[in-house]
Write a protein that binds this ligand. Structure first.
Ligand code: IMP
Length: 174
């Protein structure tokens, strides 16, 4: 069941503009490939890249996530690979949320194996209290407490991605 709003529409817009500004200042004139980690990144990714320098390229990768559960399975499986050649290029991995860190660590390693010039992580949200593996988030939207959230791309069992704001999600009482 949907709980209270954690991040409003206005706050999301402010967060995206600030993160885009930070990336633009950092990017310089170097070309870069922005890789969205599907599916949770969809709205953050499309809002973000439209505020970035026009010379960037976009691509997507998809790995298995929680499925219908609100707990990580702890294993990551490649579902859809990128098509871009990232060798000798700057890569930005764009994620919806870093929870235990397992997903991004694995995705970053998959990309690093293709010899990019650099790999930096951009995440809309982070739950630092849940971290199991260290992940260096170069550009972060906001930290949140250990609550399960849905909306603005984030799902629970594939539902609620289309909500315009980010809400807490509460399991049904038994
Ligand atoms: P991690 O591997 O534990 O860091 O989990 C990362 C992935 O789990 C994210 O990309 C999301 O797909 C999913 N996830 C983690 N926390 C939440 C949440 O609060 N709501 C929705 N999905 C989440």
């Amino acid at each position: 069941m949907l709980g209270k709003t954690i991040i409003t529409r206005d706050e999301i817009e402010r967060i995206v503009s600030r993160v885009a500004g930070e990336i633009n200042r950092d990017l310089g004139e170097e070309p870069a490939v922005f890789i969205g980690v599907l599916k949770g990144c969809i709205f953050f990714f499309t809002d973000l890249v439209r505020q970035l320098k026009p010379s960037i390229e976009v691509d997507f990768i998809q790995v298995s996530s929680y499925g219908a559960s609100t707990h990580s399975s702890g294993t990551v499986r490649l579902v859809k690979d990128i098509t871009a050649d990232v060798r000798d290029r700057h890569v930005f991995l764009v994620e919806d949320i870093v929870d235990t860190g397992t997903t991004l660590k694995d995705v970053a390693n998959m990309i690093r194996a293709r010899h990019p010039k650099s790999v930096r992580i951009v995440s809309l949200l982070s739950k630092p209290s849940r971290r199991k593996v260290e992940v260096d988030i170069a550009f972060l939207g906001a930290e949140i407490e250990d609550v399960f959230v849905v909306g603005y791309g984030l799902d629970c069992g594939e539902k609620f991605r289309n909500l315009d704001e980010i809400h807490e999600f509460l399991p049904d009482p038994e």
